[in-house]
Design a protein around this ligand. Structure first.
Ligand code: UD1
Length: 427
């Protein structure tokens, strides 16, 4: 199995191009199921999860073609066409590999009047239920059965009908499934307390480009007037705000200066505020965002929350950076109950972190030391890479497949700004 090897201690300086957003790509791709016409996505990141989603769509009858990318270029272009849906079943072996597979439920049900999707089960960052996905679809008339580990959903007389649903807690995935279902339902749907993450805005903008009628885009109250059919379009995936934030932390932890090329400030205000409070300098220009370390790191108090709050997907990377802050930081994880798997590994590198339930106190230390480490999820793995960039000596981050799910050509981007990092094959 491959690993990422890092020799720590280099200050990182230079440009990092920000890729298309993984979390947007994985909700834009299932929109191909909603129309018989072609959907072309450009700036799709080259990531394992995007490939896996492409394979799932192929199994359902969607043809996919990917335009070649020239050496040194990032992103790619995928054209998808679902002339006929040949299967409405998303099997366990796909859903188990990638939780986002659940996002075929809403569009398949809307287009075909039925869908059978494996329950995703637990995952490394805790128990992640899908009850709200199902309740929102039931509000549109879906009949749902749970049997043998599968959700079987059907629409009476083959078509969903508009209905109102208020989410008791903000859920990104459930809002996405509900939106993709509502656009083809008969009549109007209103979603209250909907998630308003930038990736949801990207989804709404794509659906609108396909001919959907959605009001309230960017707010937590979405009104969708169902249409009889959607057409095709070409659409550019938004830049990855979490990738950009992760590389901003790389500038912070190494005392360097990185231009995040193509990053959009409005998508990442909470991250940028936290970086500024930590003592980093943030500048905006027409190429993106420049983040520079300006002296030592100051400690912080941060609590994760839905957008526009501080993203749970940035918690692990900030924790890595705060291990070297000048004092004690306080972190609280309010979205997931088990998202501190990076802590034991950071401790092995010399970090001092106490966990109390969903809270963590990070006691700043003078330095970290390299070690062999591994993590069980994507952002946790990135926090270990960040720690490795500054640790004394060599760090080996195992289980690289987690990083490959979410960071396009990580080692190439970091070497280009001065890191000593390489992928090593176990042979
Ligand atoms: C969540 C994050 C998203 C992040 C992604 C991957 C939020 C609001 N969501 O999205 O930013 O990119 O993880 O790390 O920050 N819930 C239910 N029932 C459901 C669905 C969700 O109770 O049917 C609960 C979850 O347990 C969780 C909260 O709602 O506590 C938010 O979950 P949700 O937004 O749905 O998770 P993801 O879509 O995976």
């Amino acid at each position: 199995m491959d690993s990422i090897w890092i020799k720590g201690g280099n200050r990182l300086n230079g440009d990092i191009p920000i890729s298309g957003a993984k979390n947007a790509a994985l909700t834009l791709m299932p929109c191909a199921l909603l129309t018989q016409e072609e959907l072309t996505l450009v700036n799709l990141p080259r990531l394992a999860d995007v490939d896996t989603f492409g394979h799932l769509l192929n199994q359902l009858g969607v043809s996919t073609s990917v335009a070649g990318v020239r050496k040194g270029e990032f992103g790619r272009r995928m054209t998808m066409r679902a002339t006929d849906i040949v299967s409405t079943v998303a099997p366990y072996d796909m859903v188990r590999k990638m939780r986002a597979s659940i996002l075929v439920l809403g569009p398949m049900l809307a287009r075909e009047g039925e869908a059978t999707v494996s329950l995703p089960g637990g995952c490394a960052i805790g128990d992640r239920p899908i009850d709200l996905h199902l309740k929102a679809l039931e509000a549109m008339g879906a009949e749902i059965e749970l049997a043998a580990g599968y959700v079987k959903a059907s629409a009476p007389r083959g078509r969903l009908s508009g209905g109102d649903f208020s989410f008791p807690v903000v859920s990104v995935g459930a809002t996405e499934n509900a939106l993709m279902a509502a656009v083809l339902a008969k009549g109007q749907t209103q979603l209250f307390n909907a998630a308003r993450e930038p990736e949801i805005v990207d989804l709404c903008n794509l659906l609108a480009a396909l001919g959907a009628r959605i009001d309230g885009i960017g707010s937590s109250h979405l009104t969708i007037d169902g249409v009889e059919g959607l057409h095709g379009c070409e659409y550019e995936v938004m830049p990855d705000r979490i990738e950009a934030g992760s590389y901003a932390c790389a500038a912070g932890i190494t005392g360097g200066s990185i231009n995040l090329i193509g990053a959009r400030p409005d998508d990442m205000r909470a991250t940028l505020n936290a970086l500024a409070q930590c003592g980093l300098m943030i500048e905006f220009n027409n190429r993106g965002i420049k983040v520079s370390a300006d002296g030592g790191l100051k400690p912080l108090a941060l609590s994760t929350s839905p957008f526009p709050g501080f993203a749970t997907d940035m918690q692990a990377q900030f924790m890595a950076m705060l291990t070297l802050a000048n004092g004690d930081s306080f972190l609280e994880e309010t979205i997931f109950e088990n998202r501190y798997m990076h802590v034991p590994e950071l401790r092995r590198m010399g970090a001092e972190v106490d966990i109390h339930g969903r809270s963590a106190i990070v006691h700043g230390v003078e330095g970290l030391t390299g070690a062999s480490v591994m993590a069980t999820d994507l952002r946790a793995s990135m926090s270990l890479v960040l720690a490795g960039l500054v640790a004394e000596g060599e760090t080996e981050v195992l289980r690289v497949y987690h990083l490959d799910r979410g960071y396009e050509r990580l080692e190439e981007k970091l070497s280009a700004v001065g890191a000593t990092i390489e992928r090593r094959s176990a042979g």
